[in-house]
Design a protein around this ligand. Structure first.
Ligand SMILES: O=C(CO)[C@H](O)[C@H](O)COP(=O)(O)O
Length: 258
């Protein structure tokens, strides 16, 4: 297992969050495994615990990359439909706000991530402190679109943003090696630079109503608990109503008001 002292502060925080989340795992559970650098640390830690304790788990992965990693480490990975419903999903996030609303999809997996999270009794987010924000939107908002007619879809997204006074900044097609990034489902991603999203519910509803949009990266009311790791190995848990006060401490320092 990695020694916390040899890690960057961000990785040490991700490791602390991962270990705290894995402590919630019980023998016989059906688990959703997230995607991203924090999820990679979590999957490695989980595999080590399964090996050490002989736990019997069934896992559904949120991306092919996570499925490959988990399988290579000896975890039992099945399709979501084979498992049916999950006890717990553990995943990273790009942003977490005081109401536990999230932006996800920095790793391009938010479609499967949202399906898996919604098919879980509990979704726990693991993150380093940089992911905690007061208002969502500084991180670009990923929107997965069907390639057919994607320029029309882009136009409809732009009109939606303009109608909500969010339309002044660019919409970029995500690229890899100068080619459109292709998701596990064969779709493309537009990244919306918005700075701030004052009304995430309104934006989420409008984006979901555009025909070529498959899924956006706003996860609203889905996360039950956010475990924010600290570089010193401690964690801070944000849950439901308490999240407001605790995330103020994370954002502004303990005891300080906004
Ligand atoms: O949503 C995701 C992938 O689609 C990731 O959870 C998110 O991008 C956070 O990634 P990382 O742990 O590498 O910061």
């Amino acid at each position: 297992m990695p020694d916390q002292t040899n890690l960057s502060p961000a990785d040490a925080a991700k490791l602390a969050a991962s270990r705290a989340a894995i402590a919630l795992v019980k023998d016989g559970m059906k688990l959703g495994l997230g995607t991203g650098s924090t999820a990679v640390i979590m999957v490695r830690e989980l595999a080590a615990r399964v090996k050490a304790e002989g736990l019997n788990l069934r896992c559904a992965a949120t991306s092919q990359g996570t499925a490959d990693l988990a399988t290579s480490l000896g975890l039992t990975v099945e399709s979501l439909d084979q498992i049916g419903w999950l006890d717990l999903t553990i995943d990273g996030a790009d942003e977490v706000d005081p109401d536990l609303n999230l932006i996800k999809g920095g790793g391009g997996a938010h479609l499967r991530e949202k399906i898996v999270a919604r098919a879980s009794d509990r979704m726990v987010v693991i993150a380093d402190p940089a992911k905690v924000v007061e208002t969502l939107g500084a991180f670009h908002l990923p929107v997965e679109v069907i390639p057919f007619g994607e320029q029309v879809t882009e136009r409809l997204i732009r009109e939606t943003l303009q109608a909500q006074d969010l339309g002044k900044r660019p919409i970029l097609m995500r690229k890899r090696d100068d080619q459109p990034y292709v998701t596990d489902e064969g779709n493309h991603i537009f990244d919306l630079s918005l700075e701030a999203i004052p009304d995430p519910v309104h934006l989420a509803r409008s984006l979901a109503a555009i025909p070529g949009v498959v899924e956006h990266g706003l996860f609203l009311g889905i996360c039950d608990l956010a475990i924010i790791g600290q570089p010193d190995g401690n964690v801070i848990e944000l849950r439901g109503e308490e999240a407001d006060d605790v995330s103020d401490d994370l954002l502004f320092g303990e005891g300080e008001d906004e």
